[in-house]
Design a protein around this ligand. Structure first.
Ligand SMILES: Nc1ncnc2c1ncn2[C@@H]1O[C@H](COP(=O)(O)OP(=O)(O)O)[C@@H](O)[C@H]1O
Ligand SMILES: [Mg+2]
Length: 358
């Protein structure tokens, strides 16, 4: 896949402009706070229909403006497509694909593929479980509409269950029984897909980490799920939801479910989060992102676009050289403050929201 151009209007600090990219490496240079990350954010927005930086997407509308618009023209299978996303303070998000307005936001997921990697992503190795679940969920949503649907149903039902618990009506026990049937089903489907996916992720991430660590370290991924060792996921959920009823009611939220799942990464058997160095955590994070790249390639039939935000300076020379191998086959948009790799590329300079080709 490759981006031919992106047009932005009213998006964060970016001026209204159209930027044309080269088919392979594009280097976007600039001082701090000029708009480099904002540009990659706009592009990633078109991948998942939301921002990688904030849950409140409308915050991406430029200060004092009412609307923002992103128009991404990309090539897939040699055919050019145009994806438009409009953010409006009044209407929220609307999308258009190849001029067609009858498209829902969820429909754009899986059309244009990109992998976003920034220093923040270190939270995959160091952070709370939700960062790891989100990573896996975003990949799965891109490769399976069913997964995206099940996940949305699960989240909606869980929110509703929690508000029932908080509001405690007289008939709460009966009400929950009805919810829990549907919740058990959605929960089981998502849980099953995550279990299967963790093996696939491990296969690719293990290979990538092995290469990055000069064949010294073996990365393994364990999915710590409520369903571990269970046969009947739905039944298991229902039993536990019942068992935890009094506790849930006292606390005002659901204590049992997929919301507690986590992935445990290990290097040569040592817990990445607790027992490995920051350097190893960086390498493993990069390996996970490269695994994402390979999995999406398998699904899309071609590589997605690689968005590297300020990551080169964090990698040592050896890792950088290994990463640079990808620049020969994949379109990559890379931001930095100084660029010192000797590679063929198109260079841009960003200053105060204006992106100029050099
Ligand atoms: N909604 C917004 N409207 C206008 N400017 C914004 C908005 N959100 C962030 N900014 C500005 O964008 C700039 C940061 O841009 P960013 O892309 O993160 O910089 P960098 O070039 O360092 O990656 C800051 O000056 C910030 O004030
Ligand atoms: Mg930045």
């Amino acid at each position: 896949m490759k981006i031919n151009s992106v047009s932005v209007q009213g998006f964060r600090n970016l001026d209204e402009q159209t930027i044309e990219f080269a088919p392979l490496l594009n280097v976007i240079c600039g001082k701090n706070a000029q708009g480099k990350t904002n540009l990659l954010e706009a592009i990633y927005f078109a991948t998942i229909g939301k921002s990688p930086r904030t849950r409140k997407d409308l915050e991406a509308i430029g200060f004092g403006k009412k609307n923002a618009k992103i128009v991404l023209c990309y090539e897939r299978g040699g055919v050019e497509h145009c994806l438009e996303i409009e953010l409006a303070q009044s209407l929220g998000k609307t999308v258009r694909v190849d001029g067609n307005q009858n498209v829902k936001l969820v429909d754009i997921v899986g059309l244009f593929g990109s992998v976003y990697f920034s220093p923040e992503e270190l939270k995959l190795a160091q952070g709370a479980p939700n960062a790891r679940r989100r990573f896996v969920d975003i990949i799965n949503c891109q490769i399976s509409k069913n997964y995206m649907h099940d996940l949305q149903v699960f989240q909606r039902l869980l929110n509703q269950r929690n508000s029932l618990l908080k509001n405690r009506s007289a008939k709460i026990k009966q009400e929950l029984e009805v919810w829990d049937f549907s919740l058990a089903r959605a929960c089981a489907r998502v849980g099953k897909a995550r279990l299967e996916f963790s093996k696939r992720l491990e296969e690719f991430a293990k290979q990538a980490h092995f290469n990055l660590s000069d064949n010294k370290e073996t990365l393994s991924i364990g999915y710590h799920s409520i369903y571990e060792g269970q046969d009947d996921f739905e039944q298991f959920y229902l039993e536990n939801a019942k068992k935890n009823f009094e506790k849930d009611l006292a606390l005002g939220y659901s204590t049992f479910g997929l919301q507690n799942d986590d992935y445990v990464f290990k290097l040569n058997g040592l817990d990445l989060r607790k027992n490995c160095s920051q350097g190893q955590q960086r390498t493993a994070t990069l390996a996970l992102k490269l695994a994402e790249l390979e999995i999406l390639k398998q699904e899309y039939g071609e590589y997605p676009v690689l968005l590297l935000d300020d990551v080169l300076s964090e990698l040592d020379k050896d890792r950088r050289t290994k990463l640079a191998k990808y620049f020969k086959d994949i379109q990559c948009l890379l931001t930095c403050t100084d660029f010192d790799l000797d590679l063929d590329c198109k260079i841009f300079e960003v200053e105060n929201g204006v992106v100029m080709a050099k």
